[in-house]
Write a protein that binds this ligand. Sequence first.
Ligand code: COA
Length: 483
Amino acid sequence: MAKAKKKAKAKAKAAAKKPARKVVKLAARKPAKKAAAKKANGNGASLPRPSNKPYGQAGKALDGVRILDFTHVQSGPTCTQLLAWFGADVIKVERPGVGDITRGQLVDVKGADSLYFTMLNHNKRSITIDSKHPQGKRVLNELIKKCDVLVENFAPGALDRMGLTWEHINKLNPRMIVASVKGFGPGPYEDCKVYENVAQCAGGSASTTGFRDGPPLVTGAQIGDSGTGLHLALGIVAALYQRNRTGRGQKVLCAMQDGVLNLARVKLRDQQRLQHGPLTEYSQYGEGIPFHDTVPRAGNDSGGGQPGWILKCKGAPEDPNAYIYFITQAPVWGAICDLIGEPAWKTDPEYATPRARLPKLKKIFARIEEWTMTKSKFEVMEICNKVDIPVGPILSMKEIAEEESLRKTGTVVEVDHPKRGKYLTVGNPIKMSDSISEVKRSPLLGEHTDEILSDVLGFKAAEVAEIKNSGALSAPAKEEKAA
Ligand code: COA
């Protein structure tokens, strides 16, 4: 019995070893497959040969991607404008007779779309569709089948109320990515309508902006709207990339509260640092004012470890922008002392180290300001940058509009519009060497309705006439009744 058991064990061992030997043999035969894997990208899909075309002439990054743009106001349009600049065909669906509400907001030229609208909707096509009309639904369903991404920033539930639920869209086109901006993610506020400043307040930005002895402040930069639009664009591009592997679409959601918090993350960092002692780089520390249990407003303190402040230059305060942001970066402390005429501070133990300087920042910046006030902000910029001192002139929007270098890079662009004439806009801030953005004017309301119906959706003339006669693409029935 014992012998038989031993034999059986030995056989089992040998059997167990056999596959291992086979694996080794197979592995040894693999070099050809390995060479193929080298050509593969991160998705395992093989890449085409590098193009021979000159850079900038091999099409655009998102060529071939079609976007069903159901966005309005600022957050969503920022996102789809970026995608259009990268080459996507963006079809903006607008309510007949009205369009995106911003067309008529802050109007400066009578009879022309506002700058609010034109500056957020470049490079797009516009079609008017009443999404609640049966024929409008028919057109939308066809568009869903023909597009890769649907982007929307309606109030919570509005898309579902149009009948465009995720299930409906996914059934019509399982490859479609449905991207949404909402004010809040799932939670107590998910049903709220949200605008820019609501998001700035709910995302932690306002409580940490402004001066300690003043109220919370919102910033001029549209971090809630445009910031979230940027986040959403990244989510869409990532989802398109993943679709190359999975073949299917997915939902992409960016809540404005989350977007703002992401941009204010250094303040959540400071919230946690507070548990371990005062925030020594905040000027409040140097002034001997105790910290409470939440991150305070820090005026113009720098958000990083290098103290900074806004200082007057020649012409201030009469010129409201004759100021410069000055950073007392530790490695250039010696150069700062030489410039402002305090060479002794380089070796004086009261000033020589960043730690020694922290409680005296107010006095130090006052001394630096005595020097900056003798120069224009541009002179300070030139002198300081020569010795690597980081400074930032406070540029007015007028100065930015006139700045030659921004025109050259296409960051500030002049665009011609049939109804308003020439105007300035901000071009694509993301520069790519092989996908170069040209800024084309925003569409007039419904300007491309016909071409989209026939060229994109392939409707025959009789079908186009039927849809048009139904009233689905013209001013809403309610208004017609009223008239
Ligand atoms: N045809 C027919 N109806 C249309 C339409 C079309 N082409 N386009 C929009 N509508 C309807 C919607 O279906 C909705 O109707 P419903 O309420 O009966 O469902 C209605 O227009 C209003 O849409 P809504 O999104 O609620 O607009 P609003 O002006 O009341 O609210 C916001 C504006 C921005 C506050 C809201 O859209 C929102 O909270 N969006 C998400 C957050 C966001 O992006 N905020 C920042 C904007 S910059």
